[in-house]
Design a protein around this ligand. Structure first.
Ligand SMILES: NC(=O)C1=CN([C@@H]2O[C@H](COP(=O)(O)OP(=O)(O)OC[C@H]3O[C@@H](n4cnc5c(N)ncnc54)[C@H](O)[C@@H]3O)[C@@H](O)[C@H]2O)C=CC1
Ligand SMILES: O=C(CO)COP(=O)(O)O
Length: 308
């Protein structure tokens, strides 16, 4: 494959890591951050692949800044953000697709704690698009003997798996912070997956996608690692710290905090049952303590085990 020109927008933990991965496989990489001198227009000029690793709160403004520029029709937009836009409830890929309707949009999601990937530890991920040729191009650019990239044709499923698991990761942090044990954690993660599937399928994703790397895979990584910022938020809430204090000291972005709010609003509108997300929401709002959240989950009506 000829070296591609890859423009990475967002030089935070994940953008820098993705830039290093593409550079390590021999591609030409430009990295943009709003804090650096380089202009956004110059960064994306002539790029074959434009990678967005901007946190959710900045996606719309970056899209608006580049939507009037002209791009070759084959330019691929790759989004790696895991979040939902509060005002519209759109996913990042849906925002990029609406701005660039004639371009291939690819989603990258998986169990990819950036610190481990930066250290060169082995990892795998998924690139998903309705344009499978574009997904295969991205696969070629990022694949290496340390980073195994799979393609998938269900972008909404891949994106929602990576996004909604952040809410369950907060709950998992609470579970560990309260020292509730391995049985409790297994129950939480399993019922968390059921909740992710229930929401995801209602929003148009394929059920089987959630059993893959971007669903179960990312859920296991973030619910079990202190490297996960979302897990850290939950863990520290369980230790009695308040949310503002936690977020002020947190290194990077915990998207699950915003995602919880958006999910609650949308799930209520659509009458989707989201018991774990509801308790995470009430905890983040400081309406209940971690122990009360646990009680609420344990004392729900008993029922058959529906797995979606
Ligand atoms: N760090 C990780 O392990 C992984 C993170 N992600 C996702 O990638 C996204 C970014 O995460 P991190 O790099 O960890 O966060 P970060 O906080 O380290 O970096 C966020 C980046 O977004 C930029 N940004 C924020 N608001 C902006 C605005 N209004 N305009 C322009 N740029 C803006 C920041 O300047 C920074 O470059 C998140 O959605 C996260 O869920 C996905 C996989 C792994
Ligand atoms: O999404 C991630 C790993 O796949 C990173 O998780 P956090 O955003 O919780 O750190």
């Amino acid at each position: 494959m000829q070296p591609k020109l890859v423009a990475v927008l967002g030089a935070g933990a994940w953008g820098s890591t993705l830039a290093n991965l593409a550079s390590a496989t021999g591609h030409n990489v430009r990295l943009w951050s709003r804090h650096l001198e380089c202009s956004l227009a110059e960064t994306v000029d002539g790029a074959d692949i434009i990678v967005s690793a901007i946190s959710m709160k900045g996606v719309r403004s970056v899209v608006e800044q580049i939507r009037s520029l002209s791009f070759a029709p084959e330019t691929i937009f790759l989004t790696a953000t895991k979040g939902l836009e509060p005002t519209t409830t759109l996913t990042p890929a849906q925002i990029w697709q609406a701005a660039f309707p004639d371009h291939p949009i690819v989603v990258l999601c998986g169990p990819n704690l950036s610190k481990e990937v930066q250290q060169g530890l082995p990892a795998a991920t998924v690139v998903a698009s309705t344009d499978i040729t574009a997904a295969e191009t991205v696969q070629m650019v990022f694949s290496s003997n340390r980073f195994r990239v799979y393609t998938n044709s269900d972008p909404i499923g891949v994106e929602l798996g990576g996004t909604i698991k952040n809410v369950i990761a907060i709950a998992a942090g609470v579970c560990d912070g309260l020292h509730l044990g391995t049985n409790a954690k297994a129950a939480l993660v399993t019922r968390g997956l059921t909740e992710i599937i229930r929401i995801g399928v209602a929003w148009g994703a394929k059920i089987e996608t959630f059993y893959g790397l971007s669903g179960l895979g990312d859920l296991l990584a973030t619910c079990n690692s202190p490297l996960s910022r979302n897990y850290q938020v939950g863990y520290q809430l369980a230790q009695g710290k308040n949310l503002a204090e936690i977020l002020e000291r947190l290194e990077g972005t915990a998207e699950g905090v915003n995602t919880t709010q958006v999910l609650i609003a949308k799930a209520h509108q659509q009458h989707i049952s989201v018991p774990i997300t509801t308790q995470v929401y009430r905890l983040l709002q400081a309406e209940i303590t971690p122990r009360q959240a646990l009680e609420e989950l344990m004392l729900r009506d008993i029922k058959p085990e529906y797995n979606f």
